[in-house]
Design a protein around this ligand. Sequence first.
Ligand code: LLP
Length: 415
Amino acid sequence: MGYARRDGELCADAVPLATIAAGVGTPAYVYAWSVVRDRYRCLEAALDGVDHRVCYAVKANSNLAILARLGELGAGYDIVSGGELERVLRAGGDPGRVVFSGVGKSLADIDFGIKAGIDAFNVESASELGRLEARARLLGRRARVSIRVNPDVDADTHPYIATGLKESKFGVPPGQAVELYRRAFASAHLDVAGIDCHIGSQIADIEPFRMALTALLELVDALGRDGIVLDHIDIGGGFGITYEDEPALDLDALGDVLRTTLGRRTLQLRVEPGRYLVADAGILLTRVEYLKPAPASGYRNFAVVDAAMNDLVRPALYQARHAVEPVVDGDGAGGRWDVVGPVCETGDFLALDRELELNEGDLLAIRTAGAYGFVQSSNYNTRPRVAEVLVDGDEFAVVRKRETVADLLRLESAR
Ligand code: LLP
């Protein structure tokens, strides 16, 4: 299952992508549910034998259908906004399995989280702890607290997505965390629940996770000696995957290291994976509008497609390389092509210098686009956001309709 060629045609599970393009149009995001389900099972297997909870990082792909189905598999959720909490609730997710991350939780975010009865606020500063306590007092409720610790660990990833270094805005240093736990422990409106960190995204090595967990456990043990007992330890997400040929994180080996490092402690282990669960499940389906072969030496071959940087910003923003595959075996002009969109800037490319055989009208699949794809899309150039399609076995459904220009203009007025 997942993505495979059948009779020369790329299919999502049992559905030819050409069938989806004919029915839904292009561009479109397509998600193969079997891939998410398999990844979830692999993660469960890697953590077998440890009391654990998977809190899916909603930001990676927040489509309601994905959230609902992950909830049915038993996942909790890691959210970063009131909007994401609303999505989880609409998808039928259990607020009691939600953790709330982020350095800038607004008053409204905090009130919503408290009223919904989420499991824990991953608190990132002394000021946030103060705000959380004040709001819980005002609402006559108690809020469960985890302190996000910045363990100062180098995760060796793209600088924009490394989050566990001293100079990043996230969490508090271990020394300050102890003070915050004492405050939370003494408060009549806060309950000490856990401890968390998130050191970055797309991490291939196990060692940074081991170092982060070790740093957090030192704190857990020190707090325990003071009588402050935590019920969970959350090491965040960041599990690296293969986009082209880079090594993925060895999840089973990570599981072993986590088991060993935790030792006989009875804390629940939590993880917050986003990309690992959904990236490979998704493709961006796009059609070649025009071919502009190089007119002379020194020029480049451009395939202008109907998707653009506003639909998938990762290549422009993080120098990300997504594999590009023709949906039907190519018989067109061979060569090395830059796959670019219609947006008016040179940074608008989906892939550069790829060996492809292309005709105008061909369908292409931009692979590994299920995480941080649609969710980071925008309406730049007044381009309506594309449809999202969920494939399950031999069936597919539109789980988010294509926007129209009328949708975009609905909130605006000319005076
Ligand atoms: N937990 C927290 C607190 C996070 O900030 C993130 C991601 C995750 C979990 C999930 O990380 P994952 O397992 O997906 O690596 N837009 C970027 C990635 C940004 C990641 C932000 N935080 C990209 O397209 O590569």
